[in-house]
Design a protein around this ligand. Sequence first.
Ligand SMILES: CC(C)(COP(=O)(O)OP(=O)(O)OC[C@H]1O[C@@H](n2cnc3c(N)ncnc32)[C@H](O)[C@@H]1OP(=O)(O)O)[C@@H](O)C(=O)NCCC(=O)NCCS
Length: 160
Amino acid sequence: MDHPHNPKPMRLSRIQLAQMMQPEHANSQGNVHGGWIMKLVDEAGALASTRHAAHRTVTVAMDQMVFHQPIHIGDMIILNAEVTYAGHTSMEVEVDVMAENPITGQQTHTNAAYIVYVAIDDNERPTAIPPLMAETPEEQARMDAAKLRQQRRLAQKAGH
Ligand SMILES: CC(C)(COP(=O)(O)OP(=O)(O)OC[C@H]1O[C@@H](n2cnc3c(N)ncnc32)[C@H](O)[C@@H]1OP(=O)(O)O)[C@@H](O)C(=O)NCCC(=O)NCCS
């Protein structure tokens, strides 16, 4: 079992989810509902955060989500999720969403999302998680940006 004080590399939290978009996921024009995409984003984020924390996690906050491109019935939706910030009990996960045409292989990046999860113990109270470790300058830059986002969320929560 992971010890909560031992840093864990960011890459160990990385997960990928893929799903084919069916008529029940879309409106009458064939566009996939934003709410369905948000559900998959939360699922992917929960898996990445659970991997890092080695505990159950709950969603505590989700940043604004903007959909830049439509996803259609018959597209494959691919979600890449990774922990980008770890506090004492909370984590930010970045989820990148791609739509792929399974016939042509063409991929479109439709949106990114940032979600904060909290690791919980058997009494559903926040519990300590391992620190996050960057292994490349690119990962360190992503961690620095994530820390700023978390500071902004907490300032907003405090009413500043
Ligand atoms: C998540 C929960 C256990 C936190 O309990 P709490 O008493 O508010 O705990 P704390 O105030 O100690 O906050 C825990 C961590 O979350 C962070 N946090 C709390 N609110 C936050 C917010 N709005 N944005 C970002 N981070 C937040 C805190 O900074 C703290 O992080 P740290 O330990 O890394 O410093 C509780 O709010 C809860 O059960 N919420 C419902 C969760 C849920 O049902 N989600 C939907 C289904 S999964």
